[in-house]
Ligand binder design. Structure first.
Ligand SMILES: [Zn+2]
Length: 410
């Protein structure tokens, strides 16, 4: 499978100018391509093919006086910018026709020099190279100083150079991992309830709180943002404050990612199968809970669990089906009365006592195992099918509201 490895790079002032030029050229080619397709559409002409687009906005454009400067950057950078545009179109079409599941994909938008994130990509064709002295050689840019925090497991197939809002540069390598990284099998299987009182609750009873340092960082970010809002528009102090906020944002994101990596690796190592409830995060993002949902970063966390499970030969499942996982007894399957949000523990008439979140996680595990059975042997699990009155067909409504109750973990 393919993995990304990202490292900080420190371009010299001269290299920064060359990179800015490459970002600019990639952006122009992307925008020219987008405009050409939009115009064709407005005039009722057929969709401009990938090859035709490349010919017009790269090869022929270079021959004109207005676009002659495209020749100053690596041709691969320009081709990859068009490849991004083509992918954006394909995702959009797939979304419109329903071939692509999940959140609706918007049509491609024009790129701006004011975008927070600027990026260019080099493929093997461009002959980028990691030198013996550890520098990264990029055509028409130079040899970049890379801060290697670990070694690449094999030759990278591409590298993207990214400049983020805080003005930091990164090299993001795509690497094909070794064939077999399967971990020795273990017995345990886990269901995970992603809640807001805890970041995650596991079916074995483990409760994972969002770490204090993340909450502290979020507090600092809030203060910086307040400071920014007091600065006068267009002032030099405002510009400085904008950079400070961007840096703080980047730091919170980095810290959260590191923490999620450690947690997801531990869970994948310790369990043969991992099941999470499908959160329909896209649906939740539109509500007033958006902030807390995004802060909690569940989507990126479950994404990590998924690719690590695939990489290490574990089973991963998202439980899609709506069922009342909070008030269903994980021992007898009985669906009990609705309970208030502040009820953290309850007793079932069957005699079982439940912690609210652990019970939910155990139901997620059972539903995941049943789903898997269902797909494999076509055996219908009797206990875990929701009663008809509980079943919801509208996709947004089918998101469990239980997962969004309560307060932000940050
Ligand atoms: Zn019971």
């Amino acid at each position: 499978m393919q993995l990304r490895y990202q490292f900080r790079v420190y371009p010299t002032p001269g290299q920064q100018i060359e990179l800015a030029r490459a970002f600019g050229c990639a952006r122009v080619v992307f925008n020219d391509g987008l405009r050409l397709r939009q115009e064709a559409r407005e005039q009722g002409l057929p969709y401009v093919s990938d090859a035709e687009l490349s010919k017009q906005v790269i090869t022929q454009a270079k021959a004109t006086s207005e676009r002659a400067w495209l020749g100053e950057v690596s041709a691969v950078v320009l081709q990859q910018a068009l490849a991004d545009l083509n992918t954006a179109y394909r995702n959009f079409f797939a979304s419109v026709t329903g071939k692509r599941k999940g959140r609706k994909v918007a049509p491609p938008r024009f790129r701006s020099r004011k975008d927070n994130r600027q990026a260019i990509r080099f493929t093997r064709n461009s002959r980028f190279k990691v030198l013996h002295n550890g520098r990264l050689r990029l055509p028409k840019i130079g040899d970049l100083d890379v801060r290697w925090s670990r070694s690449l497991p094999s030759d990278p197939s591409s590298v993207a150079i990214i400049r983020d809002a805080a003005g930091r540069y990164y090299a993001s390598f795509v690497v094909q991992t070794a064939e077999d990284e399967t971990l020795p099998p273990v017995e345990s299987e886990v269901g995970i309830d992603l809640g807001l009182t805890h970041f995650a609750v596991l079916s074995d009873g483990t409760k994972v709180a969002a770490p204090k340092f993340l909450r502290r960082a979020a507090g600092k970010l809030k203060r910086l943002q307040q400071a920014l809002s007091r600065k006068q528009k267009g002032s030099a102090n405002r510009k400085k404050a904008v950079v400070k906020v961007a840096r703080a944002h980047a730091r919170v994101a980095d810290t959260r990612r590191d923490w999620q990596h450690k947690l997801s690796t531990a869970i994948v190592r310790e369990n043969q199968a991992i099941y999470v409830e499908n959160l329909c995060v896209a649906g939740l993002g539109r509500t007033r809970l958006a902030k807390s949902v995004h802060d909690a970063g569940w989507a990126s966390f479950t994404g990590m669990l998924e690719y690590k499970a695939a990489r290490y030969g574990r089973t991963f499942g998202r439980v899609d089906r709506f069922f009342p996982s909070t008030r269903m007894c994980s021992d007898c399957g009985r669906v009990n009365e609705k309970m208030a949000l502040n009820v953290r523990a309850w007793a079932c008439p069957c005699g079982s006592h439940h912690d609210r979140d652990v019970n939910a996680a155990r139901n997620v595990r059972a539903a995941g195992q049943a789903d898997l059975n269902d797909r494999g042997a076509r055996v219908r699990p009797p206990a875990m099918v929701a009663p008809r009155s509980e079943a919801v067909t509208h996709p947004d409504a089918a998101c469990s509201t239980r997962s969004v109750e309560g307060i932000s973990v940050l």
